[in-house]
Design a protein around this ligand. Structure first.
Ligand code: PLP
Length: 356
């Protein structure tokens, strides 16, 4: 199924599920019933917003987001459990990250409580779009942007916080592991830039690079640091880990890589398994020389990397059921899908009586 195809038709009131061909779900936009919108004037705080029907909206042609890229996004998932509960994974972490990004891009932001409440409301208002257990998840997309007009001078008069959701299936289609291209020319982020926040300005500038890699048959791109061009940073939208013996390493958070919620969770689970985890500078040579490599993210979950190609030289790594990535994937998804008791306090169950 092409990402842009819509495998769905409509949802009928009072039906438990929307009319979706769950088996065909990919990772693409699907129109659902409702969204959450809150607006905030310059100099004020975000007040409680409201759930409205999903629809296009009007924006000034001079909106700050359209001209100066003043915008952030977030991404998290809601899961339907086998025993009929609905849970979300660490939404407070996304709320905190949105705040850090808003601060960087000069925007006011919702409190973490408001953020989590908005997520819960959107999930409940689109409940029939949450796939049956095992068939996918409801991907929730919060955005925060400068919606007021600004041409020359500050401040931006108005900001919008909006949350919508789409049912999704797998992000990477390659079941047997990804084949990455190590990009040795184009950089994604630079020191003191916005690589460490989910700024909308970080993604489209590397689409061309990603498209070229895909045209060459690669699954994704692995970017190197801009300062030296020698060290591994991350993929288009997921973090990277390497495994060597009992040591698991991942690039440290220094402002150029995105601090993933999945990354943070995987570090903790890996330590629980008895591995030593190092957050450090990782030269490309270290990666090429490792036994196993995997990437993490809300969309990617934990995905094994079968090979990387650096300057036309391909290196392959361990994949399959015996890999650490497979073990971590199973452990993390058991928690996320509510199949085991959550001893970490990472999941938030959505209370049916939740009114906001
Ligand atoms: C969103 C994102 C990630 C993964 O973050 P999660 O919180 O784990 O979903 C990693 N890298 C980039 C560049 C991202 O945009």
């Amino acid at each position: 199924m092409a990402p842009s195809a819509q495998p769905l038709t409509t949802s009928v009131p009072d039906e438990k599920y929307a009319n979706v061909k769950w088996e065909d779900l990919g990772f693409g936009f699907v129109r659902t019933d409702n969204m959450y919108v809150a607006k905030c004037k310059h100099g004020e705080n975000f007040q409680e917003g409201s759930i409205v029907p999903f629809a296009d909206f009007h924006i000034s042609p001079c909106a700050a987001v359209l001209h100066y890229g003043q915008g952030l996004y977030e991404g998290l998932k809601a899961y339907r459990t086998e025993d009929g509960r609905i849970i979300i994974f660490r939404p407070d972490q996304n709320g905190l990250r949105l705040q850090a990004g808003a601060d960087r891009l000069c925007m006011p932001y919702p409190s973490v409580d408001q953020f989590v409440s908005a997520i819960k409301q959107v999930v409940l208002a689109n409940k029939k779009w949450i796939p049956p257990p095992g068939k996918g998840t409801l991907y929730i997309r919060p955005i925060l942007f400068g919606s007021g007009p600004i041409l020359g001078s500050f401040p931006v008069p108005e900001y919008t916080f909006l949350v919508f959701a789409c049912p999704v299936g797998r992000y990477h289609k390659d079941n047997s592991g990804l084949n990455l291209k190590i990009e040795d020319k184009v950089r994604r982020a630079f020191p003191s830039g916005t690589g460490g926040v989910k700024s909308i300005t970080n993604y489209c500038p590397v689409w061309k690079t990603l498209a070229e890699a895909k045209a060459q048959g690669f699954s994704d791109v692995l970017f190197l640091d801009a300062a030296t061009g020698k060290n591994v940073e991350e993929l288009f939208a997921s973090n990277i880990f390497i495994v060597k013996g009992n040591v698991v390493s991942t690039p440290q958070i220094s402002g150029t890589i995105l601090p993933g919620v999945t990354r943070k969770s995987i570090i903790e689970l890996t330590r629980d398994f008895g591995y030593k985890v190092e957050e450090r500078v990782i030269p490309v040579e270290d990666l090429l020389d490792s036994e196993e490599v995997f990437c993490t993210g809300t969309a990617a979950i934990v995905t094994t990397i079968a090979s990387v190609t650096f300057k036309d030289k391909k290196s392959s790594f361990k994949t399959g059921e015996k890999s650490l990535a497979a073990k971590l994937f199973a452990t993390l998804t058991d928690i996320q899908m509510g199949r085991v008791e959550d001893t970490k306090g990472w999941t938030v169950e959505i209370d049916r009586s939740h009114q906001g």
